[in-house]
Design a protein around this ligand. Structure first.
Ligand code: TYD
Length: 199
């Protein structure tokens, strides 16, 4: 398997199990590579602001402000965590990345072109995986402390946008409506196939 670094992001609806899957993937890959798990919103100043002051608040910000905050956090995340790890030849597994902005802020009504534009300085991921779970299933799994994004209508719209990127070939879809270990196996297979291919 190639030992070159790579930037892989794991995407999906709230409650689809992507955090568990991204962490499992980093652990499994860690047996043969140096792999790091990271997430957005990030642990940086902007990501912390997003989580603490807004995500679990009463209502959503304007969609433009949301998109700009997530885009700013992304640049900080890339500069402080992703690039330094890639430069050391590590595999970086990010729990959410730019497709989250396209799907969530797109579902809030913004044009995908504009969202792409404000994210144009964010590093392109080498591989993006979408863990697809039925929106009704995720709604039944979510904790009482729901974020401002977590309602069925939003989750359905978000999924539709993710699926558009699957159709275009930029996201690799994995059926997440299966037992956790089977999903983990599929994620690992997709990622190792990518890492083994000539790059
Ligand atoms: P989530 O991965 O659920 O974080 P946590 O595990 O801390 O709950 O992400 C939080 C929310 O932020 C989620 O509802 C999706 C939303 N989000 C966006 O709307 N746009 C983005 O660009 C990102 C990264 C997240």
């Amino acid at each position: 398997m190639s030992k070159k670094g790579a930037f892989i992001c794991i995407e999906g609806l709230d409650g689809c199990g992507k955090t568990t899957q991204a962490k499992l993937l980093a652990k499994k890959l860690g047996k043969s590579h140096s792999a790091v798990y990271t997430a957005e919103p990030s642990r940086g100043k902007i990501g912390t602001y997003i989580r603490k002051s807004y995500l679990y608040g009463e209502k959503r910000l304007s969609s433009v402000l949301e998109a700009l905050l997530f885009a700013a956090d992304r640049i900080e995340h890339v500069e402080t965590e992703v690039l330094p790890a890639l430069n050391e030849g590590r595999l970086v597994i990010s729990d959410r990345y730019v497709y989250s902005s396209l799907a969530y802020q797109g579902a809030a009504g913004l044009s995908l072109e504009w969202i792409k534009k404000v994210n144009e300085h964010a590093l392109q991921p080498d591989l993006a995986v979408f863990i697809d779970v039925n929106p009704n299933t995720v709604m039944s799994r979510l904790k009482p402390k729901k974020s401002v994004m977590e309602n069925l209508e939003t989750q359905q719209k978000v999924r539709e946008i993710y699926l558009e990127f699957v159709e275009k070939g930029s996201l690799t879809r994995i059926n997440g409506d299966k037992p956790q270990n089977e999903v983990a196996k599929e994620v690992y297979e997709v990622v190792t196939k990518f890492l083994n291919a000539p790059r």
